[in-house]
Design a protein around this ligand. Structure first.
Ligand code: GAR
Length: 199
């Protein structure tokens, strides 16, 4: 007997990315598996991104909605896709554009983001990728980490769902710290999705 659950029973996740997509890969490996009650129904990038290839390899529908176009048009196209896919949860996994308030409004408490620091520290505009880890090291912090939070109208200000601490080592470079934090991101993002969707 097949363990695969019929599609109608499955919760649906849309994942938004801008880059390499290692967090997406973690969601694919740990959640998007036949015996689970959940599937990644689409991956959307705001620019050409390697993560789209990860989606293609799993036959997950994937699209670029180009961030260079007019913001209202971007939002319309995005909402059109959401009408088609009807996700239970939208996951920002290394997604670097700011979503229009109309999207936040429509999907209140249904959009989560992973951030590579212990919010509320080191969040906000310009705080992404290596910038975050450089700032943490420059400030002489002894610990950093990662946060999964709901997305609200601000930048990195929404309600915190899960955090994990990571020690900052005396000889850390931004790249080394980034890698150790990324390993923890891969775990807490999956945990947060399971918690919210009650998987
Ligand atoms: C991750 O470290 C994520 O926390 C960060 O971008 C990286 C994406 O990596 N997001 C932000 O900085 C958002 N402010 P990935 O593409 O390998 O998942």
């Amino acid at each position: 007997m097949s363990l695969e659950k019929p599609n109608t029973m499955k919760k649906k996740i849309v994942v938004l990315i801008s880059g390499g997509g290692t967090n997406l890969q973690s969601l694919i490996d740990r959640l998007h598996i036949p015996e689970n009650n959940v599937e990644i129904c689409a991956v959307i990038a705001d620019r050409p991104a390697y993560g789209l290839q990860r989606a293609s390899e799993q036959n997950i529908p994937n699209f670029i909605i180009d961030r260079k176009q007019n913001k209202d048009r971007w939002t319309q196209e995005f909402l059109g896709k959401m009408d088609v896919f009807q996700p239970d949860l939208i996951v920002l996994a290394g997604f670097l554009s700011i979503l229009h308030p109309a999207i936040i409004q429509r999907y209140k408490k249904k959009i989560i983001n992973i951030h590579p620091a212990l919010l509320p520290k080191y969040g906000g505009k310009g705080m992404y990728g290596l910038n975050v880890h450089s700032a943490v090291i420059k400030a002489g912090e002894k610990e950093s980490g990662c946060t999964v939070h709901f997305v609200d109208a601000g930048v990195d200000t929404g309600e915190i769902i899960l955090q994990r601490k990571v020690e900052v080592l005396p000889d850390d470079s931004p790249e080394k710290l980034q890698q150790r934090i990324l390993n923890e991101e891969h775990k807490i993002l999956v945990e947060a999705v399971k918690k919210i969707l009650q998987l």
